[in-house]
Design a protein around this ligand. Structure first.
Ligand SMILES: Nc1ncnc2c1ncn2[C@@H]1O[C@H](COP(=O)(O)OP(=O)(O)O)[C@@H](O)[C@H]1O
Ligand SMILES: [Mg+2]
Length: 418
């Protein structure tokens, strides 16, 4: 996207005529999937991925890792890092997003292409194991009951592994696992399980997904429980010192502007360590006054940061909080709103307010904790909202999403009758 488009896309709430003055050297990148100039923290995550997944020496293990985190916490970025790390070590990486049809795309396009690259000039023999004949253009995925493994998937991967030899492996880097269809993911998991288990192939798997729906999907018998047993790494906000460092290093890396310690601290405090918000706050603060335009334009000041804070939080609401809340409905939403409005609220009162039995509150708590929205506190029955600004958002304005609809209605009404 070009910069004006970027501004329009991201800030639909800016009033008419307002525009973002974007300097081309802005080192912050508030875009989903965009590599941050400085990747803050996460060494522990990459270390775990290295030990568990990128480790051919382990034969007793599934070499499967799943990174779980809310939207905007940096899952895709970590998958990019993993890919880079793996390639440096000689792995061949197959990257995909688990949207509908991903397995079909793997089997019909990505894996055959990879094989052709690895064995230039050699005919692909996989078709032989599929019943002879030339490789069909579209090998269909069977997800018939009792036969959940994708046809062709195992055969292609096995042949790729043969081509790679004993010292190299094939890594699957799968993003947005929560968006997959259950049958398809099960098919993939079944195939992977066979490859890493019975066949002892040099394969590895790193997956990413948002909390919502993911745990529910991984539950139950079958190949999914195999995925559920993968090493799970939860990611979330960064600590205050790491966040300050993120701002310092990002600004330093570009070098055309500076920010004093109190300014770094204020930016960190506003971002609350939420990776997406770090980028958003930094981006807006950097651009608040173009460098060289006025004296001191090469310095980010406390006033700059204070001035952009509301816009950064509005972007957080639109791009992150609103999206997370889309998946929280009914009594779960009602409970979450009550907890936001009354942080000290206890089980009994929550039950009374929602007109449900006290025993059901435990279930609601559990689901919201599983969803990465709540955490227990030391005090029995009292929980805390764990996503920055979500409580404020819910407590002050649970109708914010509905307001979008009103705007639509107003827009609709603005047209003359034909
Ligand atoms: N460790 C990090 N340090 C700094 N910025 C980060 C970090 N991880 C992610 N970001 C930034 O946060 C935003 C969201 O990252 P992304 O990987 O798209 O999140 P997710 O895939 O979890 O939704 C991007 O702008 C990215 O540059
Ligand atoms: Mg992502």
């Amino acid at each position: 996207l070009s910069l004006p488009e970027y501004g329009l896309y991201r800030y639909p709430h800016l009033s008419e005529g307002a525009c973002l003055i974007a300097t081309p050297d802005n080192p912050f990148s508030p875009n989903f999937g965009a590599e941050p100039l400085f990747l803050a923290g996460r060494a522990d995550v990459l270390d775990a991925v290295q030990r568990v997944s990128l480790n051919l020496a382990r034969r007793d293990y599934s070499r499967a890792t799943i990174i779980v985190g809310q939207r905007g916490t940096g899952k895709t970025v970590l998958l990019n890092q993993t890919e880079e790390l793996a390639e440096q070590q000689g792995w061949v990486v197959v990257r995909c997003t688990a949207s509908r049809g991903f397995l079909q795309r793997l089997v019909s396009t990505q894996l055959p292409n990879l094989l052709a690259e690895l064995r230039p000039g050699r005919p692909i023999t996989t078709s032989a194991t599929l019943g002879g004949g030339p490789v069909p253009g579209s090998i269909t995925v069977t997800s018939a009951p009792g036969h959940p493994v994708a046809r062709g998937f195992v055969e292609y991967v096995a042949e790729i592994c043969d081509a790679l030899g004993p010292r190299r492996g094939l890594l699957f880097a799968v993003d947005e696992v929560n968006s997959a269809s259950r049958a398809e993911l099960e098919s993939f998991a079944g195939g992977y399980q066979q490859l890493v288990g019975r066949e002892g192939r040099n394969v590895a798997l790193v997956m990413c997904g948002a909390h919502s729906a993911l745990r529910r999907m991984l539950a139950g018998p079958s190949a999914m429980s195999f995925l559920a047993r993968a090493q799970q790494i939860a990611i979330g906000i960064l600590t205050y010192p790491v966040t300050i460092e993120a701002f310092r290093r990002t600004i330093q890396a570009r070098g055309t502007k500076t920010a004093a310690q109190p300014v770094l601290e204020l930016m960190a405090a506003i971002s609350k360590g939420y990776p997406y918000l770090i980028q958003e706050v930094g981006y807006l603060a950097w651009d608040h006054r173009p460098a060289g335009d006025e004296p001191g334009g090469d310095e980010i000041t406390l006033d700059d940061v204070r001035a952009i804070a509301p816009r950064a939080l509005a972007a957080m609401r639109d791009a992150v909080l609103g999206v997370i809340l889309r998946d929280v409905r009914g009594r779960y939403r009602a409970a979450l709103t009550l907890i936001a409005q009354h942080p000290e609220i206890r089980t009994a009162e929550l039950a009374a307010r929602l007109s449900i039995p006290t025993t059901s509150v435990g279930d609601i708590h559990l689901r919201l904790i599983d969803g990465g929205l709540l955490a227990r506190t030391a005090e029995r029955g009292v929980v805390r909202i764990t996503i920055p600004y979500l409580a404020d958002f819910l407590a002050t304005d649970d109708s914010a999403l509905a307001r979008g609809d009103d705007e639509q209605v107003r827009a609709l009404d603005s047209f003359p009758e034909v």
